[in-house]
Design a protein around this ligand. Structure first.
Ligand code: EPZ
Length: 464
């Protein structure tokens, strides 16, 4: 990505503004309530797929409210490798894909960023040919892409997978995908997005049944519609797309990140805080708000785009079953497990979306939680207080759960695995510091998890 983050005042690349997937650690001294207002950034899972969606457009895409994330940087590198112009200035991305010079995405980038696989839809739609490395699995599951592939085949693409590469091309003289009726066995977010993007430039009508209904799918659809695509039904289980020959330039603003907002709500709940969050879209957070209220956390919708969280008198146990939207989001499961670890009573957490997304339970137990895992179910017995310890984040939301737990734990918690955190949260530690958390980011070598640092003042701001 050209021009790493530019400091608006100096106009120069600013290292402090550029996220780094570094090996530093977070140290948190728990037990301090938070206070004040936290600004929620643009949605990661909108930004990444909308960046892929710019490949559909042969003009300028001006995208606002883009979060500062390692994964956004990585997606920018994938686009640049395809010949796309990508310029970033603060939270604005200027992207121009009028001249795609390659249909082959770089192997080492795609295997690091699953979302980049979704670009196979737009590349096929624009060029009629694509070589896309398989994203491979990750800590939370095998993450297959069979639904993406089968849908593209239904639209007329020939697809061979060999040597870890998905080779796809559209036969016929005009090499244009054809509209098709597609049923998704699982309401997969990524498959819905890949196929919806591919269908915007296909010949004829495409109907996607059992489509994902997540707000980020709707955001992508609105982005494509603003470029001239004909899409109906986004946000429902049946999406209909009528292909058009071309899509035009656009100026688009990404929705706020409901998972970042949910994470701050849980951080406020576990520390018995009074905090204000904005901008948010409350209807994107219905299951999260309902579950927090069930646990005993007062939440007030102070304005159409803001939420106020107030201190709970008691936190009581509640059961959670993750489901596709509008069910309880799987991305909120780990932070809620941290909260339920200190609720009164026993909670049952059933993870139905991913096959290996309970690994944070063992790290929470290192902090004094009482959690037993059997298959995809966690049995959480609430304890009065967690106690700080050195822990390791195994994936993005697991790392967030450990930060949340550290904010409430007695004493110091040292968290490794920030390369995951920086992929998906926009300056989480800085935002928590501004809310009054006793938190600092240290180079791994500087943090001795056994001995509280004598030279470092917990009040000091984070050196980002
Ligand atoms: C998106 O991943 C999100 N990522 C995930 O967020 C989120 O957890 C997930 O949707 C569910 O909401 C982005 O948007 C970049 P899926 P995606 O396809 O699209 C199976 C985070 O923490 N499946 O809806 O990969 C799959 O294995 C990340 O921000 C197939 O079997 O999720 C899973 O069990 C994590 N075949 C289930 O469907 C396929 O072809 C749901 O996955 C595709 C998926």
């Amino acid at each position: 990505m050209e021009g790493r983050l530019i400091n608006p005042s100096s106009g120069l690349p600013d290292a402090k503004l550029s996220p780094v997937a570094d090996s530093s650690v977070l140290q948190i001294w728990g037990g301090h309530p938070l206070h004040g207002h936290v600004r929620i950034s643009g949605a990661k899972n909108s930004a990444l797929v909308i960046m892929a969606g710019t490949l559909l457009c042969s003009g300028d895409c001006h995208i606002r409210n883009v979060p500062l994330l390692v994964d956004v940087d990585r997606m920018g590198q994938v686009l640049s490798a395809l010949g796309v112009s990508v310029q970033r200035n603060g939270d604005i991305l200027d992207i121009n894909a009028s001249n795609i010079t390659s249909s082959k995405a770089p192997y080492e980038l795609v295997t690091q960023l699953r979302a980049s696989f979704f670009a196979i839809g737009p590349i096929l739609a624009r060029l009629g040919v694509a070589q896309m490395p398989l994203p491979g699995g990750c800590a939370i599951g095998a993450r297959p892409v069979d639904l993406h592939v089968r849908g593209l085949q239904a639209m007329g693409a020939e697809v061979q997978i060999e040597h870890g590469i998905c080779n796809a091309y559209v036969p016929g003289k005009n090499r244009r995908l054809k509209g098709a009726k597609i049923y998704l066995d699982i309401p997969s977010v990524g498959a819905t997005e890949t196929l919806m993007m591919a269908a915007t430039l296909a010949e004829g009508e495409t109907i996607i049944e059992n489509a994902a209904r997540e707000p980020e799918v709707v955001d992508l659809a609105n982005f494509c519609i603003a470029m001239g695509a004909k899409i109906q039904g986004a946000g429902t289980s049946t999406i209909t797309i009528d292909g058009v020959p071309k899509l035009h330039s656009i100026d688009y603003t990404i929705i706020p990140d409901r998972i970042e907002a949910g994470t701050f709500l849980v951080a406020g709940a576990i520390t018995r805080s009074d905090i204000l969050l904005s901008p948010v879209v409350p209807e994107h957070l219905v299951p999260v708000i309902a579950k927090l209220r069930e646990i005993g956390v007062p939440i007030v919708e102070e304005a159409p785009d803001s939420l106020r969280l107030l201190p709970a008198e008691r936190l009581v146990a509640a059961d959670i079953e993750t489901m596709p939207h509008p069910g309880f989001p799987t991305d909120m499961q780990a932070p809620f497990m941290a909260l339920l670890a200190i609720a009164e009573g026993d909670s049952l957490i059933n993870e139905t979306v991913f096959e290996n997304r309970l690994r944070h339970a063992s790290e929470l137990n290192r902090l004094g939680a009482d959690i037993r895992v059997k298959g995809n179910t966690a049995f959480v017995r609430g304890v009065p207080l967690l106690s700080g310890a050195p822990v390791i984040g195994t994936d993005l939301r697991a790392a967030a759960a450990l930060v949340v737990a550290g904010l409430a734990a007695n004493g110091k918690t040292t968290i490794q695995g920030l390369r995951y955190l920086d992929r998906g949260y926009d300056r989480l530690d800085l935002k928590l510091l501004e809310l009054g958390a006793k938190i600092q980011r240290l180079p791994a070598a500087g943090a001795d998890p056994e001995v509280a640092p004598t030279t470092i003042n917990p009040e000091a701001s984070i050196s980002s």
